[in-house]
Design a protein around this ligand. Structure first.
Ligand code: AMP
Length: 190
């Protein structure tokens, strides 16, 4: 496989945990977002595995008849965690190439609860946006207040003069999947 199918009207790249997390509401939010995306014809671009919250959102998109495209480095394919039912699975050589492919395929970006992997991906999309490399919407789904501590830190960084308020404003914040989709709906279709 190598060329992405193009059934979806627009694509949302979702970064989220390779784990399920301690609270069932994280998986419920991932599944709700996946269902809504399929209904609203938002295709999913994501990390390509069947594990954790990543697997849950992909399953929900596919069950709703939506499009799911995974982008996975070859080193992770060898671990046997690739989702078996995706519309397309793009295999890349490195994490850097993976992020670029995810970016190119997507009209907007969203982060759900996750750890370093999710934070790395979210930060890079925001860092590219603040440098003017793109104008694609970036938002996070703050399920159960999961990101409250991060948001407090970002406000602290702005207060300390190390993050411009206008750059902080590049990050949309949603408490529920419906609001998240509304926030990213200004995105362009690649
Ligand atoms: P984390 O938030 O640390 O659980 O990492 C999840 C994010 O990083 C996802 O959005 C993936 O793109 C990437 N990632 C981290 N670990 C894996 C893995 N084992 N397989 C595939 N992608 C992963």
């Amino acid at each position: 496989m190598g060329i992405a199918v193009t059934r979806a009207r627009k694509r949302l790249c979702v970064f989220c945990g390779a784990s399920l997390g301690a609270r069932p509401e994280y998986a419920e939010a991932a599944e709700n977002l996946g269902r809504l995306m399929a209904k609203a014809q938002w295709g999913l671009v994501y990390g390509g595995t069947s594990i954790g919250l990543m697997g849950r959102i992909a399953d929900a998109v596919l069950a709703g008849g939506g499009e799911a495209i995974g982008v996975l480095p070859s080193s992770l394919v060898e671990k046997g965690i690739a989702h078996p039912d995706l519309n397309d699975l793009l295999i890349v050589d490195s994490l850097a190439e993976r992020k670029q492919r995810m970016f190119d395929l997507s009209g907007a970006f969203a982060a759900l609860p996750g750890g370093f992997g999710t934070l790395d991906e979210l930060s890079e999309m925001l860092a590219w946006a603040q440098l003017g490399y793109h104008q694609k919407p970036v938002a996070l789904l703050n399920t159960g207040g999961y990101f409250d501590a991060l948001l407090d830190f970002l406000r602290h960084a702005a207060g300390e003069g190390l993050l411009r308020e206008s750059h902080l404003a590049l990050l949309g914040i949603a408490d529920d999947p419906e609001t998240l989709l509304r926030l990213v709906s200004g995105g362009t279709t690649p």
